[in-house]
Design a protein around this ligand. Structure first.
Ligand SMILES: Cc1cc2nc3c(=O)[nH]c(=O)nc-3n(C[C@H](O)[C@H](O)[C@H](O)COP(=O)(O)OP(=O)(O)OC[C@H]3O[C@@H](n4cnc5c(N)ncnc54)[C@H](O)[C@@H]3O)c2cc1C
Length: 387
């Protein structure tokens, strides 16, 4: 986006990427439907950036969800609003959009240099690149770094830039997993039986957080939309206290009283599994979760069993590693940057995208803020070069 803004001004742009092709994470984001932005009111939209709202909001005022949708339309691609309010390009995929965009950039004079791994600056302040033809350097009047965070490193963003920017006086918060799964100490039996099973629809509560949705049982623990939505809170708690316990309501549409009433009915010769299913409809992975975390005697008492169906504590050990996360928290702090996203310690060097110190849930908020920051950095470059 920065390249587009700068080249539209008639300024020569060279775009370097370590990978053999561009936008690999963007393409991956499109694999399960490219959720480019969200249609909710702006006030609600900006609240998704939590502690960094103050820094992200001014950027979104310049290039926000509406401008992003118009931009997609200008590429000749339609958009639609899904049932959840999320916005997708028609066809859901990232590849038609990326292909058209790259052609547009090339036609505007942007030169692509692939398989160029940037490695910081040399003693002459030239940019250093590792390439298949050996090391190269380049000089530029202004530089925009949009190196991504540290997740899914096989797609290109490996976070290797952190020490290079620190050496140059930038303050960088450690990269941490955002929108990630968590490890749970499943018993071998539960893991074997329920790995890959979706748990739906449940309410996840953690301190002030409360949301209905679904998640998936994995070999190591839990992942999926509902877990990602709570992941920043759970991660911070684990970081501060060493562990976190999420609470699940396995029967969100039922009251505790209704459950007690039903569970108190005589069981007769039925097994507990069959009693649970017949009386309150709890079966499969939900029944498995109860067996995983409850003591045998808890099943004998209707009040206790109902209580745990409504408030099942699930201890989480740690977030899954950064490389597996959807996105990264941490990065170059806004205090290190001016309002044009130029590094205070390196005039002429701008930063944009996920490498900045902000985080947001899934729902199109990640890409929207990446585009917005690229737009702001691009205009920052123009201002820097023309003043
Ligand atoms: C599975 C998955 C699904 C996602 N789905 C969505 C979604 O639906 N909606 C949404 O809003 N967000 C989604 N995201 C998040 C979104 O894709 C990212 O936030 C976004 O791509 C970040 O953009 P970026 O340009 O800052 O970084 P990246 O897209 O990571 O791009 C950084 C680029 O820098 C290059 N690079 C890094 N280091 C160097 C170096 N040293 N030298 C040269 N080049 C380098 C990389 O090769 C890469 O091309 C998803 C992410 C994942 C992993």
């Amino acid at each position: 986006m920065a390249a587009e803004v700068i080249s539209a001004r008639g300024i020569k742009v060279d775009l370097y990427d370590s990978m053999p092709s561009l936008g690999r994470k963007f393409l991956m984001a499109g694999k399960s439907g490219l959720n480019i932005t969200h249609s909710e009111p702006f006030e609600q939209f900006v609240s998704r950036y939590g502690e960094r709202r103050a820094q992200i909001e001014p950027m979104l005022q310049r290039f926000g969800p509406d401008e992003l949708i118009q931009w997609v339309h200008a590429l000749g691609i339609g958009t639609f609003v899904g049932t959840s309010g999320r916005v997708f390009p028609v066809g859901m995929k990232a590849s038609p959009l990326l292909r058209t965009w790259l052609k547009w950039l090339a036609d505007s004079g942007v030169t692509f240099h692939l398989r160029h791994k940037w490695g910081g600056w040399d003693v002459n302040s030239s940019l250093k690149f590792e390439t298949a033809e050996g090391d190269k350097t380049a000089q530029a009047d202004a530089v925009v770094l949009a190196l991504g965070g540290g997740s899914w490193s096989r797609l290109g963003s490996d976070g290797a830039w952190v020490p290079w920017l620190k050496q140059k006086g930038a303050e960088v918060e450690p990269l941490k997993p955002a929108n990630s799964g968590f490890d749970v100490d499943w018993s071998p039996h539960f893991r074997e039986r329920f790995e890959g099973y979706p748990v739906k629809s449940v309410v996840l509560s953690f301190e002030e957080f409360r949301l209905q949705g679904e998640f998936i049982v994995t070999k190591e623990g839990v992942e999926g939309g509902l877990i990602y939505a709570a992941s920043a809170f759970l991660r911070d708690k684990i970081e501060a206290r060493g562990s976190a316990v999420m609470t699940l309501d396995l029967a969100p549409d039922r009251t505790c009283e209704w459950l007690v009433d039903r569970l108190s009915k005589p069981r007769g010769s039925r097994t507990m599994a069959s009693h649970l299913e017949k009386t309150v409809g709890i079966k499969g992975v939900k029944a498995g979760l109860l067996r995983e975390f409850l003591k045998k005697e808890d099943f004998q008492n209707a009040e206790r069993l109902a209580h745990f169906i409504k408030k099942l504590p699930v201890p989480l050990i740690r977030p899954r590693p950064l490389d597996e996360a959807i996105s990264s928290a941490g990065g170059v702090t806004f205090e290190s940057l001016d309002e044009h996203l130029m590094l205070r310690s390196m005039p002429g060097v701008f930063c944009a995208g996920e490498m900045l110190d902000w985080e947001a849930p899934t729902g199109g908020y990640l890409l929207t803020a990446c585009f917005a920051s690229g737009y702001v950095a691009g205009h920052g470059v123009i201002r820097w070069l023309e003043n």
